[in-house]
Write a protein that binds this ligand. Structure first.
Ligand SMILES: [Fe+2]
Ligand SMILES: [Fe+2]
Length: 195
């Protein structure tokens, strides 16, 4: 039987791009939000999306590329490191109530890192992936099935979340702590002007 090209209408790359659009939309909404409760719920939704997205890429999409794609520039190694950093931030955000003074900063850094990561995936990784023999329609079907499973059953804990839950959140930033005792040298001219 002849297999139709787009059985689900979602090949692997389109599926990942759709997720990218969704999280970028959530990042924009977070920037516009004013209420803490709204920010907290947007952050929760974004983190849940990112966890599932990263798991699918790591379990299926990246391994497929590692097998079938020439990766002279080490794009997949970089992607793994970017996922690792993002997962630490996601785990930390999961422990936060939204009232912490560094909550916004932490989510903003996550959003910036992910925007950069998406740019690299869409600009470099996907175009290179498309040159391979991979059947992205079939892979997309497998990924969609796994996505449904993960959304229903949750994403398994990884070393990042285990590490964060073991050591907890940073109580006070090093610079906030140090500013209490640091003696700042003040330029003579300015000192003179002040008096
Ligand atoms: Fe992605
Ligand atoms: Fe990724």
């Amino acid at each position: 039987m002849l297999r139709t090209k787009t059985r689900t209408g979602t090949d692997a790359i389109s599926m990942l791009k759709k997720d990218h659009v969704k999280v970028k939309g959530l990042f924009d909404r977070f920037e516009d939000a004013e209420e803490t409760s709204e920010k907290k719920s947007i952050a929760e939704e974004a983190c849940a999306e990112l966890k599932v997205h990263a798991a699918i890429e790591e379990e299926m999409f990246y391994p497929a590329l590692r097998q079938k794609m020439e990766d002279e520039d080490g794009l997949l190694d970089e992607a793994d490191e970017e996922h690792h950093e993002a997962k630490i931030l996601v785990a930390e955000l999961g422990l936060m109530s939204g009232d912490e003074e560094n909550f916004d900063a932490k989510f903003t850094v996550l959003a910036e890192n992910i925007r950069h990561h998406i740019k690299e995936e869409e600009g470099e990784l996907f175009p290179q992936a498309k040159k391979t023999e991979i059947d992205f329609d079939a892979l997309g079907e497998q990924m969609m099935a796994r996505k449904k499973e993960l959304m229903a059953g949750g994403v398994p804990e990884g070393p990042e979340s285990e590490m964060v839950s073991k050591y907890g959140l940073m109580k006070e930033s090093p610079s906030r702590k140090a500013q209490k005792t640091f003696e700042v040298p003040v330029a003579e001219k300015r000192r003179a002007r002040k008096h």
